[in-house]
Design a protein around this ligand. Structure first.
Ligand code: C2O
Ligand code: CU
Length: 510
């Protein structure tokens, strides 16, 4: 209902753009036809500057070509037939791989019965292909094809997902690995690990769950008490995490997926003892942080959100929704379980490395906790090669995270974002500026805050990231260089919080 309304207003507001798009079917429409503000003219996705900046990006001359087909399909999870939506008919979408500087040409062939898009999470790429309907393009209509074509900017572990409402809460997401032509890290091979909390087709649907949550605490119809949240789906009460500063999540899930597999059917990867494996861990979940580790073994964290960090040995790493962590692991003889504990929810997903010796551990025999040195990506220090040059900020934006569970009315600076009017409370900036953003969490819950199109630095020398955990009543200050003109969404990467309004726009003007 809401998205039809939004799409209609979007089209209504951009008559000229729609007419232009009809003439050149492949040209995305700009967000609005009222590009002026008190502070200048908005640099819309169609602005020639966007193409100019793209032309300046390094190029290898190679092209990676792929067609992705979002469509409904059926599969089996935990012994149950599940119908959901995904890319190319599988829970695990194709992992896209290229090298920094390659051109990525992806055609989306939309076989869904509604509009869709793809957002390339974490990429400092050209604005018109950022995949945000209502802001950078129109939704790709049912039955329509759409070409994304852009250069892969920085090496690292990224991912892609639909940016239409709750679609990524189905299986409309996949991994995107950008290789470094001069890779400095020594490892034998990588293992992409995509984690997700799953309920679609098992205990409900993401849209149904959102509806239930939207009734707020007053209408707690199908809520589940206590951690674990087995059974009815819907609202989860009492999931707590000291690490996350309190309430761990709002939504009860029947189980969690590790590369599309439920814990009754774990993925097993054959390996050789002594091999150094680079884990590329991606949290694609909607409402669950994962605590990832290997019992009895340290992980060496090397990257977060694609960018290198000072190597840090830990017992476990916590990833909020949208975050990625790369870690080195040396394979031991036998079976090595890689655990992903659903933080505060008493559940886990896992995968196994096997050298062929011994027998696979049973799910019930695996440890249910990972303690010791435990960090999240926002607590790591940047590798000096990617630390921002020191500079006084040209502009500071105070971004207060507001709202709560009572009426499930999440927002930014007390306002709920409205995609039909994306510039209403937009945060202005100009190319060339050093921008300081103060995320102040005034709510009783943690939020993984994500900025499109830029990789910010956490504090004075923290990690470069695109998604950072902000705990209750905490302020996290981040800095970025405004070097990618366009209109860029930012939001909490909790799918339910975002959809209920915790979003905003960084709006370049000239
Ligand atoms: Cu991964 Cu706007 O999102
Ligand atoms: Cu949030």
């Amino acid at each position: 209902m809401k998205h039809h309304l939004n799409r209609r207003s979007f089209l209504g507001l951009s008559v000229a753009a729609t007419a232009a798009a009809a003439l050149a079917a492949c040209t995305p429409a700009p967000a609005k036809t009222t590009p002026t503000t008190g502070q200048g003219t908005r640099i819309l996705p169609t602005d020639p500057l966007v193409a100019e900046y793209e032309a300046r990006r390094a190029a290898t001359g190679k092209t990676v070509t792929k067609t992705l087909t979002p469509a409904p399909f059926s599969t089996t999870l935990a012994g149950k037939k599940v119908t959901t939506w995904g890319y190319d008919g599988a829970l695990v979408a194709p992992t896209l791989r290229g090298t920094a500087g390659d051109q990525l040409d992806v055609t989306v062939a939309n076989k869904l019965t509604e509009g869709t898009s793809i957002h390339w999470h974490g990429l400092a790429m050209r604005n018109n292909d950022d995949g945000v309907p209502g802001l950078t393009q129109e939704a790709i209509g049912a039955g329509k094809d759409y070409p994304y074509t852009f250069k892969l900017p920085h090496p690292g572990t990224y991912w892609y997902h639909s940016h239409v409402e709750m679609q990524r809460e189905r299986a409309l997401y996949g991994a995107l690995v950008i290789e470094d032509p001069k890779e400095p890290l020594k490892y034998d091979r990588d293992w992409v690990i995509v984690l997700d909390d799953w309920l679609d087709g098992v205990t409900g649907t993401p849209d149904g769950t959102l509806k239930e949550l939207a009734q707020g605490m007053g209408g707690m119809g199908g809520m589940s008490h206590g951690s674990g949240g087995m059974g009815s789906g819907g609202m989860l009460m009492g999931a707590t995490s000291e690490f996350l500063g309190g309430d761990a999540g709002d939504v009860a899930y029947p189980f969690h997926l590790f590369n599309g597999r439920d814990p009754g059917n774990p993925e097993t990867v054959e390996a050789t003892a002594g091999e150094r494996i680079r884990l590329r861990i991606i949290n694609a979940a909607g409402d669950t942080a994962y605590r990832v580790g290997v019992p009895g073994q340290k992980l060496t964290l090397t990257h977060t959100d694609g960018f290198p960090v000072q190597h840090t040995e830990v017992d476990a790493a916590v990833l909020g929704m949208g975050e990625r962590i790369d870690a080195l692991l040396t394979v031991r003889d036998g079976y090595t379980p890689v655990l992903a504990l659903a933080e505060g929810k008493g559940q886990m997903a896992y995968g196994l490395l096997s050298t062929g010796a011994g027998t696979a551990p049973a799910l019930g025999s695996l440890p249910k906790t990972l303690e010791g040195t435990v960090v999240d990506g926002g607590q790591l220090a940047a590798d000096p090669s990617v630390t921002l040059a020191s500079k006084k900020p040209d502009r500071t934006h105070e971004v207060r995270l507001t709202g709560g569970m009572m009426s499930y009315d999440w927002g930014i600076n007390d306002a709920r974002f409205d995609m039909a009017n994306p510039f209403e409370n937009a945060f202005g900036l100009k190319a060339g500026e050093r921008v300081e953003v103060k995320f102040t969490n005034e709510t009783m819950m943690w939020h993984p805050m994500h900025i499109h199109g830029h990789t910010f630095q956490v504090g004075a020398a923290g990690a470069r990231k695109d998604t950072v955990i902000v705990r209750p009543m905490q302020t996290v200050t981040v800095y970025f260089d405004a070097d990618n003109p366009g209109q860029w969404l930012f939001h909490c990467h909790n799918a339910y919080h975002a959809e209920r309004g915790m979003m905003g726009v960084f709006s370049y003007t000239k």
